[in-house]
Design a protein around this ligand. Structure first.
Ligand code: ZN
Length: 133
């Protein structure tokens, strides 16, 4: 397993990029809209991992709700797995509370699924399976 990315909730990708790109010196590799999660996503490669800046595209986006409750900051940690369905089945069998029983298509065409923070030490955990795997 590897850390695929760390998701950061922002009030706006452009505003957040002022720090991550212009101050910290990372590159914004791509910006895309993930309609089914009602977010815009910017991926900034850092080493073998990435920082994912998230911006809500509607009031009922999970990011809107997060920002209203906690403000901008770290939203989730994403772990790359080889077989997301097998990982979900294993986690479920071990008693973890799944937000997504079935993977859905996330940024970059990857398959993603979220694990509830109550099962992961207070951290929203995302499983990611790369498109090519
Ligand atoms: Zn993510």
């Amino acid at each position: 397993m590897k850390i695929d990315h760390i998701g950061v909730a922002t009030n706006g990708i452009e505003e957040a990029a002022n720090f991550y790109r212009d101050t910290l010196g990372l590159d914004v590799a791509e910006i895309e809209e993930v309609a089914n999660q009602r977010v815009r996503v910017a991926m900034l490669p850092i080493g073998e991992s990435r920082i994912e800046l998230l911006e809500a595209t509607s009031e009922d986006s999970p990011i809107s709700k997060f920002l209203a409750k906690r403000g901008p900051g770290i939203h989730h940690i994403a772990v790359r797995v080889e077989d997301i369905r097998a990982s979900l089945a294993e986690l479920k069998q071990k008693g973890a509370r799944l937000i997504d029983e079935e993977p859905r298509v996330g940024a970059g065409g990857c398959l993603v699924a979220f694990i509830h923070p109550s099962s992961a030490g207070g951290v929203l955990l995302e499983l990611v399976q790369s498109r090519e795997e």
